[in-house]
Design a protein around this ligand. Structure first.
Ligand code: PLP
Length: 469
């Protein structure tokens, strides 16, 4: 038996490999525009190219990086390509990557305050900074009954809201009588979360939208009142600010009135649009948020921070902790027992958690308020220009009001022509768009928001639309 573990990379080898890796990333990003956005590989092709055993003895790091270049990079969908307009783009940036790297270097697991005090305290601090940065209600601050937490995804954050709302309204005993309300345009994660939380599909009420795809608050009121009259308990209303299909803003003040009157939890999902609140001129979409019990938005979508980084805020942490605190003996410690600290394990479904706040902190400090606002504004302005180009193209028709930097349009010749146009655009390799359906029509979506997407790139997309539509 060796007395010490076999030496692996020496510190100097690690340093050199690290420098080489950063060099590789910088070169990759510098050359990304020369790559097709979609990799064009067949199912199974990447896997078939990979070495199929773990080597008996370790390989030099240079070989691993070479295989990333040779085998992995060609199978990547280039989310950081400036022509990526699909779904909602996922942001990344140099400070975020470096923050992520430091997090990996620390290798801490921040389930309890005591398992890494700085991991917990930086997270609380950065989320309070987001409240100032985005003009969010003070009730979400960590020095009151509420507070913020970083989750892996908006789906997980919304699940926490569903669980807290369910239990506040009576939990398992009341479950059969509880009802949840969200619009027919809300994200699929809401339906999934409700099912995971033990509700039946029929306990989720899908509320109609108006002509602009925003929740109709009158339809909400009618549904809630009918359920109350039938002896049921409305426990949760989920409103969306910036729906996934078309970017519609549900009217929060009217929805909050209905939720409050019924004693229901109000959760607001602004996964994508929430980042735009760094600009004061876009904060109107969040009017009424001061009545919400919880709120989520994803810096990993549009705030220059790489996945995963979802900011979840809650006005009163007690119901959440009641739902999620299960304390085994092996996690007990004096400082937690004193109640003086936050243990974020109780604010999420998993026990373990990554040190995610570092990358967000780096982004906020590295860009500053001005830099973050410029990022959003540039995309919104590019969307306005593209709107002009699409409006003047007789073969295209806007399918919904343009929302921030999301445009939805269809082909005047119908669904088949729209599908052909989408395929032709994506076949250029210069851009990637995705589609949705609105009012049962095929709709192309352009979500402008990539970290590297500029108005020049969007102008190029407009030219492609003129050529190919
Ligand atoms: C993207 C999106 C989600 C899901 O986000 P994840 O972080 O991937 O779970 C939820 N809601 C809305 C409105 C979204 O746009």
């Amino acid at each position: 038996m060796p007395a010490e573990p076999p030496s692996h990379l020496t510190p100097e080898e690690f340093r050199a490999a690290g420098h080489a890796t950063i060099d590789w990333i910088v070169d990759y990003l510098a050359g990304i525009e020369g790559q097709p956005v979609s990799p064009g590989v067949q199912p199974g092709q990447v896997r078939a190219s990979l070495p199929d055993t773990v080597p008996e003895t370790g390989e030099p790091f240079a070989d691993l990086l070479a295989d990333v270049e040779r085998l992995i990079a060609p199978g990547i969908t280039q989310w950081q390509h400036p022509g990526f307009y699909g779904y909602f783009p996922g942001n990344s940036s140099p400070p975020a990557v470096l923050g992520e790297l430091l997090s990996a270097g620390f290798g801490v697991q921040g389930m309890l305050w005591s398992t890494s005090p700085a991991c917990t305290e930086l997270e609380s601090h950065v989320l309070d900074l987001l409240i100032d940065l985005c003009g969010l209600p003070d009730r979400f601050r960590s020095d009151g009954p509420g507070g913020g937490v970083i989750q892996d995804s908006a789906s997980s954050a919304s699940l926490c809201a569903v669980l807290a709302a369910r239990d506040r309204a009576g939990g398992a005993a009341a479950l059969p009588d509880l009802r949840v309300y969200t619009s027919s345009q809300s994200h699929s994660s809401i339906e999934k979360d409700v099912l995971v939380a033990g509700f039946g599909a029929d306990q989720l009420r899908s509320i109609d939208t108006d002509d602009d795809y925003a929740m109709d608050p009158v339809a909400l009121r009618v549904a809630v009142e009918a359920d109350v009259a039938a002896g049921l308990i409305p426990c949760l209303v989920v409103a969306t600010v910036g729906t996934t299909s078309s970017g519609a803003f549900d009217p929060l003040p009217e929805i909050a009135e209905v939720a409050t009157a019924a004693g229901a939890w109000l959760h607001v999902d602004a996964a994508w649009a929430g980042s735009a609140a760094v600009c004061p001129e876009y904060r109107g979409m969040l009017a009424g948020l001061e009545h919400a019990d919880s709120y989520v938005f994803n810096p990993h979508k549009w705030l220059l921070t790489n996945f995963d980084c979802s900011a979840f805020f809650i006005a009163d942490r007690k119901p959440l902790l009641n739902s999620l605190s299960v304390l085994p003996e092996y996690l007990r410690n004096t400082v937690s027992d004193s109640g003086d600290v936050i243990d974020y394990r109780d604010w999420q479904v998993p026990l373990g958690r990554r040190f995610r706040s570092l990358k967000l902190w780096f982004v906020l400090r590295s860009y500053g308020v001005e830099g973050l606002r410029a990022h959003i504004r540039h995309h919104v302005e590019a969307a306005e220009r593209l709107t002009g180009r699409i409006s003047s193209n007789p073969r295209l028709r806007l399918a919904a009001p343009v929302s921030l930097a999301l445009l939805c349009f269809s082909h005047v010749d119908g669904d088949a022509a729209g599908e052909e146009l989408l395929a032709a655009l994506n076949a250029t390799g210069e851009v990637l768009l995705t589609h949705t359906r609105l009012s049962d029509r095929h709709v192309l979506r352009v979500a402008i928001g990539g970290s590297r997407t500029t108005s020049d790139h969007v102008d190029r997309l407009a030219d492609l639309l003129d050529e190919l539509a």
